[in-house]
Design a protein around this ligand. Structure first.
Ligand code: ATP
Ligand code: MG
Length: 424
């Protein structure tokens, strides 16, 4: 088996979910690209015993490298360097040159930001960050905190520990230097290329795919296939080493063949990318008229740079008056059939297209909930309409789940409808 690594993400704010973890998944992907398999990502709070236990668990599980994120700052709850030094049996000693370097950075930062700092507290904080475990390598600071590469104790074999700062903007630029550090290169000597490919389907139930996978089980050796259903899209992510390339090609061909009608992409492109690529390639513009999603679709259409080439306007027409005034939806139509109806979705899309002057337009109107449902118009009912240069499609959907689920899934559904008017 190739090289394996374990990641320990520290921080009570991450453990409790106040801050979403942006380091564990990012590091895991960097490691995969570098040909290293990730055994675990462990999240621990700012508690010494829990961090020690996580290091101990990973070292015992036989990983070749441990990476930690967070807890390198100057404050009392920043304990990682000290704990790792203790774990590897390498007491910290002051690195005078590093101390000077950090002091210089802090002085420049304070001057630039106009801070008045207590010299004694600053000196103590700087000294703390300049403590380097015996025999450890130092990774130059991006912010104020240096990173560390701390080898196993001389008398016990084990993985080195790479200690990185918590702020993603500091961790990411430091990572290439960590990976190139000689002790890390030695630890990861068994790197193996590890490919990852994504296939997306729209409208295929997971159970159907599971049956296909079972039927082809014998041909899938060497492929690690995971499927995930999200917003009605089925995402199939496969990881494999170079030896299984032919097996993957066969698998991709099987899926493309058996699910031709629901296949979105085999190159990992999302529906957002497919729609905006098509708009750009065909030189078409789009406008949105959104009620229950009020702006979510326009936001997704502008996620990518260069979006001014396709999006002309996003109208969040939440009230009936706005639908009438901004989109020209007849007030008597709304009075007659209600704002959540096929007729109004069509009038919104047509109104957006003619008022904005775009080639394509989308209307979305629905009941996001949790209140406001009626027996014939329940929560989760959403009407859509997409108009393109050649055709118009109206559709309705009853979306289960929370308000958030309904709004997100409705946005995704609208993108699929745009794709349908552009490609069918
Ligand atoms: P600092 O010198 O800023 O204290 P540090 O290395 O001690 O750096 P932490 O104290 O663990 O890092 O985290 C500082 C801040 O960085 C957190 O409040 C959070 O905003 C961000 N951060 C830390 N870890 C993560 C993470 N895993 N994902 C996203 N953001 C993080
Ligand atoms: Mg900190």
């Amino acid at each position: 088996m190739g090289s394996r690594a374990g990641i320990v993400v520290t921080g009570t704010e991450v453990l409790t979910g106040r801050v979403g973890d942006r380091n564990g998944p990012w590091l895991a992907e960097q490691l995969r690209v570098a040909g290293v398999d990730v055994a675990n990502v462990i999240v621990v709070g700012d508690r010494p015993d829990d961090l020690r236990a996580a290091l101990d668990f990973l070292a015992r599980s036989g990983v070749d490298l441990i990476i930690t994120s967070g807890g390198l700052g100057p404050t009392a709850d920043d304990l990682t360097a000290e704990i790792v030094a203790g774990f590897q049996g390498r007491p910290g000693a002051l690195d005078a040159a590093l101390e000077q370097q950090i002091a210089g950075i802090v002085a420049r930062l304070s001057a630039g930001r106009g801070w008045r700092v207590d010299p004694e507290a600053t000196a103590a904080a700087t000294r703390k960050q300049a403590l380097v475990p015996a025999g450890a390598g130092v990774l130059a600071p991006v912010g104020t905190a240096p990173g560390l590469v701390v080898p196993a104790p001389d008398d016990r074999p084990g993985p080195p520990v790479v200690v990185l700062p918590g702020p993603p903007g500091e961790l990411r630029p430091m990572w290439p230097h960590a990976l190139a550090h000689p002790a890390v290169v030695v630890a990861l000597a068994d790197r193996e290329e590890l490919h990852q490919r994504t296939i997306r389907l729209w409208g295929t139930p997971e159970s159907e795919l599971a049956a296909t996978l079972r039927a082809h089980d014998a041909e899938l050796a060497g492929l690690e296939i995971t499927t995930c259903l999200r917003d009605g899209e089925l995402e199939i992510v496969t990881r494999f080493g170079p030896a299984a390339q032919a097996a993957y090609d066969g698998f991709e061909a099987t899926i493309a063949d058996e699910y031709a009608a629901t296949l979105l992409s085999t190159d990992g492109r999302t529906i957002d990318q497919l729609v905006t690529d098509t708009l750009r390639e065909r030189g078409l513009t789009i406008a949105t008229a959104e009620s229950c999603t009020s702006g979510l679709l326009a936001a997704r259409l502008t996620d990518r740079p260069g979006s001014s080439a396709w999006l002309l306007a996003g109208l969040a027409t939440y009230s009936n008056a706005a639908k009438t005034e901004l989109l020209g939806v007849p007030a008597d139509l709304i009075a007659r059939v209600g704002a959540v109806s096929e007729e109004v979705a069509i009038a919104m899309a047509e109104g957006a297209r003619s008022r904005v002057g775009s080639d394509v337009a989308v209307g979305i109107t629905g009941i996001a909930g949790p209140d406001g449902g009626t027996p014939d118009k329940p929560v989760g009912l959403v009407h859509f309409c997409a108009v393109g240069p050649d055709r118009r499609i109206a559709r309705k959907l009853r979306i289960p789940g929370s308000r958030d689920d309904v709004r997100k899934r409705a946005t995704t559904q609208a993108l699929h409808l745009v794709r349908a008017v552009l490609t069918d």
